[in-house]
Design a protein around this ligand. Structure first.
Ligand SMILES: [Zn+2]
Length: 344
């Protein structure tokens, strides 16, 4: 069961990796569209500047035409002066000419405005063209990068998919179906247990269930979230303890059965406390204390790796067991511990 659970953990991490690659891939078209939009807006700024210059030219030409027409009118008025018969008519003619000349002055002023603005429009166009040129280079590079990202994501997703298929083939079908069902509804199907809590939903695991999880012999589900629980010895022994009840030691401890110690194995408590690693062993047959080692500036998982390799986790809810029974474990404790071992 331990190896099958390990496979599920590996499968879950690959499933998540596969999801991540696909999420990145699904974002790529949006990214490309944004890049295209950026280029389109740079192009539009150039087109707008060109249009503004064209519009200014056309305005200038219109005013010039108006002026030409008005000048024609003035010439016509002056030609009429020979046929004028009285002073009133002459005054009216002069007034018409003055009016046309005033209009010409108005158009000339407008033309001046257009010409004065022309430099600014040319500057805007130049700036927009330069921006387009430099942005085109950047955007081209971004596009290439995005395309490269896309193909590497596709490759990674395919690699994950292939590994997933291999792992799935190694897991029992019923367990696999359970895994898929929980994963569909919860996002993740396997949750690690640390400090007697489900790391996914943070709820405490009841002592009996906790002992079963640590034994790694069957599939145990979290009572609260239903996920398959998984226990990693090294994570639990190495983790700095925060004592939930506030009593006993500010230490972390782990009881284990170590087959290589004692006459037929030993019940051993590993303790990490204030930077020191302690191992205390009781003979599994007699319950007598047989060994104690304390190593300063060490953690159990490293210093006692040899002993822990073959060890099996035990559930002990008395945090002061080895302190109250320094020389000999009481019979009822011995029996309880023996019960937690698989029958020979
Ligand atoms: Zn849970």
């Amino acid at each position: 069961m331990a190896t099958e659970l390990d496979t599920l953990v590996e499968l879950q991490s690959l499933d998540q990796e596969f999801v991540r690659h696909n999420a990145v891939l699904s974002e790529l078209p949006k990214k490309l569209a944004a890049i295209d939009a950026q280029l389109a807006s740079a192009r539009k700024r150039v087109a707008d500047a060109q249009a503004a210059i064209k519009a200014a030219d056309s305005t200038k030409r219109q005013h010039e035409q108006e002026i030409a027409t008005l000048n024609d009118t003035i010439t016509k008025f002056r030609g009429q002066s020979s046929s004028i018969k009285n002073n009133d008519q002459y005054k009216a003619l002069l007034s018409e000419i003055a009016h046309a000349e005033a209009e010409i002055a108005g158009h000339e002023e407008k033309i001046l405005d257009v010409m004065m603005n022309a430099d600014a429009l040319q500057e805007t166009l130049k700036a927009a063209e330069a921006a387009l040129k430099s942005e085109s280079v950047t955007i081209e590079a971004q596009k290439k990068q995005t395309e490269a990202d896309s193909s590497s994501e596709v490759k990674a997703a395919e690699a994950a998919k292939a590994k997933i298929a291999k792992l799935r083939a190694r897991v029992d079908e019923t367990l696999l179906a359970t895994y898929d069902r929980i994963r569909r509804s919860r996002g993740t199907a396997v949750a690690e247990v640390t400090e007697q809590r489900c790391t996914a939903c943070k709820m405490m695991i009841r002592p009996q269930a906790y002992a079963r999880v640590k034994a790694c012999e069957e599939v145990v589900h979290c009572d609260s979230c239903g996920r398959i629980l998984h226990y990693v010895v090294a994570h639990n022994v190495q983790k700095l303890a925060s004592n939930a009840t506030g009593i006993a030691h500010q230490a972390e401890r782990e009881w284990m059965f170590v087959p290589s110690l004692g006459t037929a194995g030993a019940f051993v408590v590993f303790i990490n406390h204030k930077g020191a690693a302690t191992m205390k062993a009781y003979d599994a047959q007699t319950g007598a204390a047989i060994a104690k080692r304390v190593e300063k500036n060490a953690v159990c998982a490293q210093i006692f790796a040899e002993e822990m390799r073959e060890a099996r986790n035990l559930f002990v809810d008395d945090a002061t067991l080895e302190d109250t029974h320094k020389e000999q474990l009481p019979l009822e404790v011995l029996e309880d511990l023996r019960h937690q071992l698989p029958r020979q």
